[in-house]
Design a protein around this ligand. Structure first.
Ligand code: FMN
Length: 132
């Protein structure tokens, strides 16, 4: 993650309703006192405020807010929590859903790509987005 970049983008797969162990290992290295967060008189304080984050996820199933599986998505709430812990509260999620349903793979992927294109086109310098 670039310390001076205002935006940060990453792609994550849904694994067993949450993040992959690889991403968790990365988080454990990045979320550190004095680096990305600190403790003050009022408690924990994130040090990365002001940056925008775009998280692109892919998942085999469908977990939108109005679907029966919505409560099984522990990935987006967890990532919002841990990103917020570092001060990153301006977070946009783009989900490529239904990647295990053959007939849904391409339309879902195309819909996610279109959302990514829209965000990138609104950004003066797409290179501001970094991947972990
Ligand atoms: C170990 C493992 C666990 C997974 N658990 C879930 C899950 O809980 N829910 C789900 O919708 N998809 C699950 N999947 C499917 C992946 O999310 C899906 O294959 C992946 O997002 C496709 O990513 P890609 O487009 O980068 O190839 C799992 C995949 C693996 C390998």
């Amino acid at each position: 993650m670039g310390g001076h970049n205002r935006r940060w983008g990453t792609h994550v797969q849904l694994h067993h309703f949450t993040i992959s162990w690889e991403l968790k290992a990365w988080i454990d290295q990045v979320v550190r006192v004095g680096k990305t967060m600190t403790y003050g008189p009022t408690g924990p304080k994130g040090l990365l405020g002001g940056k925008k984050v775009v998280v692109v996820t892919s998942r085999g199933g469908f977990y939108s807010a109005d679907s029966p599986s919505a409560q099984s998505d522990f990935q987006e709430p967890y990532l919002r929590r841990i990103l917020g812990f570092m001060g990153l509260t301006d977070v946009t999620f783009i989900h490529a859903q239904n990647q295990a349903r053959r007939e849904q793979v391409e339309p879902s992927r195309a819909a996610a790509l279109e959302q990514i294109r829209q965000i990138v086109s609104q950004t003066a310098n797409a290179a501001e987005y970094l991947s972990h």
